[in-house]
Design a protein around this ligand. Structure first.
Ligand code: NAD
Ligand code: ZN
Ligand code: ZN
Length: 369
């Protein structure tokens, strides 16, 4: 058992509470990781707001981190003390039906325990005030020390700066991966929501050779960084859905070849589908909706050739696929540095969430060292 500083969420809508917790050593197939840095993603906010069904309280949130292996449990074969790793909320066991399929990056081998805030053997490694404390998304990167199953850790090259490539644990891979999956050279791309995910879709769309990249957001300030990353047109969402629709059609010559939704708002999901080009436009949903909400779809929109789909972690199989994104960053082809608008010590993590909500930040990175 070791002591660790961690941000604890005691209940929905409570402020994060930074305190010392106890972390048990790794059980079979598990690894103890010392986090160096972690990003703050909107999905963590859904847990704070109480609209994420897979958060069991009290919990340690966080899923966008990078760190070093401190101890390996029995049965761990592929990782050693000192290795640099990125925790994965989507594991890759490599042997299940889904891992063996080329059609998906999902691996549900440990989903049932992960979604109950537990390690695969059904217990938690965290304790706080003598009671068990839950894991979140199987990663819990808001703790200096965290335990993660080996199948949910990507080994990365040792020269990559951990306080930057931590964003590859979610935002970068989700956005860039989704764009590389669906955008073809010459496409007119439209993106709803220019936060950490939307900005990375811009980067992926640019690499894929998009002809135009139009972004829509409620905050005009998001347009500046977006243009730096490759955005060609910005539309202010405050103009209202009808005006946004008109402008998208005018800018794309009749509709988007690919539209991405990165807000988690089901009305915006419908807007994204409606602005796709008739005959072939593809709408890709990335936002996490409040649990239980549904999206309205006019079947005719699909009958007339549009495709509606979703994307999880950019369609990337974590352990085998993440290295490519680290390489793209190290080669200067992906910009992560500009996405990190704020750096905070763990004790100020709540401010990171406040700045996400107000729109002041793009990505805040929390440091443990
Ligand atoms: N599919 C996945 O694998 C995956 C991974 C990570 C995050 N997510 C989800 O993606 C979404 C975006 O995450 P993020 O970290 O980029 O969030 P973020 O808060 O950084 O960005 C969201 C952006 O959407 C904008 N926005 C909000 N309402 C809008 C509207 N009506 N019209 C236009 N813009 C609007 C906000 O101003 C903000 O810039 C969240 O729902 C998150 O939970 C999904
Ligand atoms: Zn995330
Ligand atoms: Zn698997």
């Amino acid at each position: 058992m070791i002591k660790s500083s961690a941000a604890i969420l005691t209940n929905a809508n409570a402020p994060l509470f930074v305190d010392s917790i106890d972390v048990e050593g790794p059980a079979f197939g598990e690894v103890l990781v010392e986090m160096v840095a972690t990003g703050i993603c909107h999905t963590d906010l859904t847990a704070i707001k109480g609209v994420n069904t897979s958060c069991v309280y009290p919990a340690v949130l966080g899923h966008e981190g990078a760190g070093r292996v401190v101890e390996v449990g029995p049965g761990v074969k592929g990782l050693r003390v000192g290795d640099h790793v990125i925790p994965l909320y989507g594991p890759e066991c490599g042997v299940c039906k889904m891992c063996l399929s080329k059609r998906t990056n999902l691996c549900w081998s440990i989903k049932s325990t992960r979604d109950r805030g537990l390690m695969p053997n059904g217990t938690a490694r965290f304790r706080w005030r003598d009671a068990p404390l839950h894991h979140f998304m199987g990663t819990s990167t808001f703790s200096r020390y965290t335990v993660v199953p080996e199948i949910a850790l990507a080994l990365i090259r040792p020269d990559a700066p951990l306080d930057r490539v931590c964003l590859i644990g979610c935002g970068v891979t989700t956005g860039v991966g989704a764009a590389l999956h669906d955008v073809r050279a010459g496409d007119n791309v439209v993106i709803f929501g220019l936060g950490g995910i939307g900005l990375n879709i811009i980067q992926g769309a640019r690499i894929a050779g998009a002809k135009s990249i139009t972004g829509i957001d409620l905050h005009c300030s998001k347009g500046t960084l977006a243009r730096h990353l490759g955005l060609t047109h910005f539309i202010d969402a405050a103009a209202g859905p009808a005006r946004v629709h008109e402008e998208v059609l005018a800018l794309t010559g009749g509709g988007a070849d690919v539209a991405f939704e990165c807000t988690g708002n089901t009305a915006v999901m419908r807007q994204a589908l409606d602005c796709c080009h008739v005959g072939w436009g593809t709408c890709v949903l990335l936002g996490v909706e409040p649990s239980g909400t549904e999206m309205a779809v006019a079947p005719v929109a699909l009958r007339y050739g549009r495709t509606l789909k979703g994307s999880y972690f950019g369609g990337v199989k974590g352990r085998s696929g993440i290295g490519k994104f680290v390489d793209l960053y190290m080669e200067g082809l992906l910009d992560i540095d500009s996405l990190i608008t704020h750096r905070l010590p763990l004790k100020d993590i709540q401010r990171g969430f406040d700045m996400m909500v107000s729109g002041e930040s793009v990505r805040s990175v929390v440091h443990f060292e």
